[in-house]
Design a protein around this ligand. Structure first.
Ligand SMILES: Nc1ncnc2c1ncn2[C@@H]1O[C@H](COP(=O)(O)OP(=O)(O)OP(=O)(O)O)[C@@H](O)[C@H]1O
Ligand SMILES: [Mg+2]
Length: 457
């Protein structure tokens, strides 16, 4: 029998050579929302198990060829996640005992199956749903944590994190300033995450990307028929963010006409959808970002001063990467762990390459570093990223760096690279072990252990 299975549906497999029994199981379970697979013998069961994710297998103990207990054994070994319920003869205590000992989760007597099977299966179904929901929740929390993970321990970044915690606790508007790729959006998300609004939406509005004619309805919503093409009403992003944070990215790109309207919205805490006679109350916190000096724009007259003061109650400056070189090894570790899963042949970076990366000026900041590493991971033959794996424009810096950096290790063993990396870090930290440990992205205690191991003074 061939059945195609929809993934992530609760799936039960019934294995018995008697078609009459399989039919009666199907009749009893037809109301449960589950997928039912059938197999007429053990071999067919195993081949189905290899193709479909089965949650419960209902196995008759008496079958010709591959018997039920043997099948149970194979399932336990080859498909350990599948739970097996053994179907036994009436009063066959000896078989029941053997099946339970061999790892069946439960047993049912064939003669009384009609009464028992419905409740057993729906119980198992409910438990499976709970486990699945739990898993999804854990995954979501983990990825949210990832989102707001601002990697870096350099003094400027440590200060930034401190301020994020402070302003996160308040509800004031924040302006995040910084060059492209410095992590402004990550900072905005971290502020949201630190605030009481963390469980509510974080809505991103790219002020530079929405057309001037549409931006008003995009932000504040519109009623049906408000303009040509408005076939249905729309609540707009500010309403959609209800109780949460609106991130106004590239705020400096916002057209003058809209700046006036935004100011009124922020003052009155109300929006009026396009075409609507009524205003609606909103509950949002605004975090804005710009990669230009917004004050400069105010002086030049392209950004309203009153709006500037309303938004920039607190201004956070995200430092460019070249001003926090100490963070580069930490970021590299973080990124290798993040992107490196698909390239397990690469286990780290060699000291010369690190040296080149630390000397680069990084006009594109952390995003540029991400791109350089992604590319290097693809090109690298492993186990360590080499200068050749970097883009050509690192070439001009290569010559000088090679002379200045620690000599390449005499052989290719991991220990040799580790020792070289430690020496080079100590050299760069001027002998400070704490600083060197940071550069290497390891704990100070680990560094001490390794110094002893390699006999480095
Ligand atoms: N401190 C950090 N730790 C880890 N990842 C970071 C850090 N800073 C930035 N990144 C990563 O670098 C990339 C760019 O960050 P982000 O999008 O926040 O920058 P941005 O300042 O908003 O850039 P742009 O001005 O171009 O929009 C993202 O993939 C982000 O995850
Ligand atoms: Mg951005």
């Amino acid at each position: 029998m061939k059945t195609d299975v929809v993934r992530e549906e609760f799936t039960v497999l019934v294995v018995d050579d008697e078609a009459a029994f399989r039919n009666s199981v199907r009749r009893i379970l037809h109301k449960e929302s589950l997928a039912l697979l059938e197999a007429a013998d053990g071999e067919e069961a195993l081949s189905l198990l290899a193709r479909a994710r089965v949650h419960i297998a209902l196995v008759d103990i008496h079958m010709p060829a591959l018997g039920g207990l043997e099948l149970l054994d194979r399932i336990r070994k080859e498909f350990p996640l599948v739970k097996v319920i053994m179907v036994t003869g009436l009063g066959d205590t000896a078989s029941v005992v053997r099946a339970m000992k061999a790892g069946a989760v439960d047993f049912l007597e064939k003669e009384s199956i009609a009464e028992a099977i419905g409740t057993r299966i729906s119980q198992a179904h409910r438990i499976w749903e709970l486990e699945r929901d739990n898993l999804e929740l854990r995954r979501k929390v983990a990825s949210e944590f990832e989102f707001t993970r601002l990697v870096g321990e350099s003094p400027p970044l440590a200060r930034l994190k401190e301020i994020i915690c402070q302003v996160g606790a308040t509800d004031v508007s924040v302006l995040v300033e910084g060059e492209t790729g410095t992590g402004k959006e990550l900072v905005a998300r971290a502020i949201h995450h630190q605030s009481e609004r963390r469980g509510k939406p974080f809505v991103v509005v790219d002020c530079g990307a929405i057309s001037e004619t549409l931006i008003e309805s995009e932000l504040f919503g519109h009623v049906k028929g408000a303009y040509t093409g408005a076939h249905a009403s729309d609540e707009g992003l500010f309403m959609a963010a209800g109780g949460g944070t609106v991130f106004l990215d590239e705020i400096g790109e916002m057209p003058m006409s809209l700046q006036v309207k935004l100011l009124r919205v922020l003052q009155e805490r109300e929006v009026r959808p396009v075409g609507s006679p009524r205003s609606l109350r909103i509950d949002i916190r605004v975090v804005a970002a710009t990669n230009k000096r917004l004050e400069e724009q105010v002086r030049r007259g392209s950004f309203r001063e009153d709006l500037f003061y309303r938004i920039a109650v607190v201004t956070l400056a995200v430092p460019p990467l070249r001003e926090r070189v100490d963070d580069i090894p930490l970021l590299i570790n973080h990124m290798l762990a993040k992107f490196g899963r698909e390239t397990p042949r690469v286990s780290g970076i060699d000291p010369q390459t690190l040296n080149l990366l630390e000397r680069h000026s990084w006009p594109g900041n952390v995003r540029e570093l991400e791109n350089v590493l992604r590319r290097a991971l693809v090109l690298s033959r492993g186990p360590f990223l080499k200068p050749e794996d970097l883009p050509d424009d690192f070439g001009s810096e290569k010559g000088s760096a090679t002379e200045a950096s620690a000599p390449a290790p005499a052989n290719d063993s991991l220990a040799a690279y580790e020792k070289t990396a430690i020496m080079s870090a100590l050299e760069r930290s001027g002998g400070s072990r704490r600083q060197a440990a940071r550069l290497l992205g390891i704990a100070e205690a680990t560094l001490y252990r390794k110094l002893k191991l390699y006999g480095i003074e």
